[in-house]
Ligand binder design. Sequence first.
Ligand code: ZN
Length: 143
Amino acid sequence: MKRVHRTNVKAEIVRERGAKETIHRKLIDTPDGADRFVLTEFDIAPNGSTPPHHHDWEHEIYVLEGAMDLVLPGEGRSEKVEPGDAIFIPRDEPHGFVTGPGQRCRFLVVAPCERPPVRNFFLSDDPYEYTQMPEYVNAREGK
Ligand code: ZN
């Protein structure tokens, strides 16, 4: 058994192409002995996003705090998700996350350990925008 508190897991800037104002914490990862699934907390600041993309594996998502738009390019629409919402993204379904001005969102993602990168298609070439860890990450946690 392993127990970890989120504040003891290093926050890292998400540097995927097209990701903006997004950090994540790998709460449970392969170095912990996970060999099928990993659990990651994402935190998207105002005007942030993860790039719309799709891949040959599924996501389970659980919204903890704040709100964001779940973007569904395949359906040409997006919808607002809020704390308590659980979301399943089947394999190959295009998806992305966007926060508006003054909107933040913290959510959990469960994904398989083995994620074939060749199936990961990004539809955006926007650069990531964090060059250093945002102040609120440490300030909010009293560190
Ligand atoms: Zn995805």
